[in-house]
Design a protein. Sequence first.
Length: 165
Amino acid sequence: MMILDTNVVSELMVAEPNPGVVAWLDRQARTSLWTTSITVLEVRYGLSIMPAGKRRAAREAAFARLIADALEGRVLAFDHAAAIETGLLMGARHRAGKPGELRDTMIGGIALVARATLVTRNVRHFDDLNVTVVDPGTPDRLFQSRRARPTAPDKAASRRRREPS
């Protein structure tokens, strides 16, 4: 499974997308390509603040076609498991002094739960994930996490700290 980040989805909505990105995507199994509900949020927001006109209408139509036809509705939700992973990732990033952007962190949480490859042009936004990250503009390079995935705190230890002495 490969999750298309917002910048890749947006690239596919312009009149002349990056040929390298298109070529890379064309080599992938169509059913392996997904996106997230967070990307839908980001794209819909971006479209809603564009001035009304032909450019906005063309991009709205392109986005609708992309979701319905190219992805066949394959959109991963931000669910309970993704919320847990996102919270752990946010905490790890905070402790490391790299808080990051919330929506990117949410996409990262979804990718962790799905154990999916994340396809993005902004590799550095996800360099701490324990999943494969690929930039379709430089497809010969796969980026692996340099840090272990955050883990849930030990529940027994947590209970021991709260118990009165």
